[in-house]
Design a protein around this ligand. Structure first.
Ligand code: PLP
Length: 389
């Protein structure tokens, strides 16, 4: 009989996958379904990236690369932030950077502070490392952001990491430099707590962007900055992300990666190098398109009965509260998940319930879709919700 390892305990099929599978089933039955459930830009990878990757493959860059990434790519990443090559690891997506870091540092019983709502993989990777997630709920009224006070209350002698994500998936919240400085002031009193700052949505920020490591230089020796090409350059399938941090941590992460996957794809690394050295005008153009979609989606959501949506300052997700539709408020649904199931069956629109991100009472809608898909989905939602009253 198949017996999973104890580290698998509680590791369920993600709610995002479940929703997508149900949407696929309905489609197979002939229903017309619009899914706004995935976190992937609808733009193509820039052509200059594809050309560079093709040229690299034809020139023979098709062999194993050094485990931590090619010297050229690591240097280009390091150069942009004034770091050295040994402060950089290139991995198979930002996700593997996170997995390497947690695998290299966590022992059973260790704690990781994760402000909610958070990207679902954070807590699942912590679970696979047999460590414990300490969730700190951050409500819409607080901008979905962690306050210095709640941070301090969550720290215990077992805390190893604080995981920050700005701009955030799923809330779109962006921390200002001052907000980061205030969190850093708390952390200065706890020298054993390290910080992961996941900045994968950096180039999809609609106002100012602050990088934690840059505004908290006193913590430099215990910050891992995570970034990559997946979102800004529409390169999700190329699987290239990177971590920038203290060399001893990077060396330990490289040792982990060396046993799981070795160096990331050579051809993808050549593509990523072209992306980060290439013309940045395209990023600004794409960010402006996303901003237009954000404004449209947020105002449409705020006109729907029972929903209340804050304006996301980054990333491409709206995370409205559906509290007005839940039983406590006299509404018909007993949970955000029940609302999502109803919306899928009734209106053919797939969203993800907030509880998947550790903050129930909300739903996540990705606006990384075409204007036609967005207006179709929002019209269906508005119609279905009006039918409830
Ligand atoms: N971090 C966050 C917050 C994300 O939303 C995602 C993707 O959804 C990732 C990391 C993973 O990025 P990658 O595709 O480069 O592994």
């Amino acid at each position: 009989k198949f017996q999973p390892a104890t580290r698998m305990d509680g590791l369920a099929l993600s709610e995002i996958v479940q929703i997508s599978e149900r949407a696929a089933e309905l489609r197979a039955e002939g229903r017309d379904i619009v899914a706004l459930s995935t976190g992937e830009p609808d733009f193509p990878t820039p052509p200059y990236v594809i050309t560079a990757a093709r040229d690299a493959a034809l020139a023979g860059q098709t062999r194993y690369t050094p485990t931590a990434g090619t010297a050229m790519l690591r240097d280009a990443i390091a150069h942009r932030v004034g770091a050295a090559r040994n402060n950089v690891i290139v991995s198979t997506g930002a996700k593997q950077v996170l997995a390497n870091a947690l695998m290299a540092t966590l022992d059973p019983g260790d704690e990781v502070i994760i402000p909610a709502p958070y990207w679902t993989s954070y807590s699942d990777i912590v679970r696979l490392c047999q460590a414990r997630t300490v969730t700190v709920p951050c409500q819409m009224t607080d901008g979905f952001k962690l306050s210095p006070k709640s941070l301090e209350q969550a720290i215990t002698p077992h805390t190893r990491w604080l995981m920050l994500n700005s701009p955030s998936n799923p809330s779109g919240a962006v921390y200002s430099a001052d907000e980061f400085v205030a969190l850093a002031a708390v952390l200065e009193r706890y020298p054993d707590v390290w910080v992961i700052s996941d900045e994968i949505y950096q180039h999809l920020t609609y106002g100012e962007f602050a990088s934690f490591a840059a505004v908290a230089p006193a913590l430099k020796e215990r910050v891992l900055t995570v970034n990559g090409v997946s979102k800004a350059w529409s390169m999700t399938g190329w699987r290239i992300g990177w971590g920038i941090g203290p060399s001893a941590l990077i060396a330990a992460m490289t040792a982990v990666q060396g046993q799981f996957t070795s160096g990331a794809s050579s051809v993808s690394q050549a593509g990523a190098l072209a992306a980060i050295l290439g013309d940045r005008a395209l990023l600004a153009e794409r960010c402006a398109v996303m901003k237009g979609r954000r404004d449209y989606v947020v105002s449409a959501l705020n006109e729907m009965p029972g929903l209340q949506c804050a304006v996301p300052d980054g990333a491409f997700y709206a995370f409205p509260s559906c509290a007005g539709l839940l039983e406590d408020a006299g509404g018909p649904f007993d949970s955000d998940a029940a609302f999502c199931t109803w919306l899928l069956e009734e209106a053919g629109v797939a969203l993800v319930p907030g509880r998947a991100f550790g903050l129930p009472g909300h739903v996540r809608l990705s606006f990384a879709y075409s204007d036609t898909e967005l207006s179709d989905a929002l019209a269906r939602m508005a119609k279905a919700l009006r039918g409830l009253t």
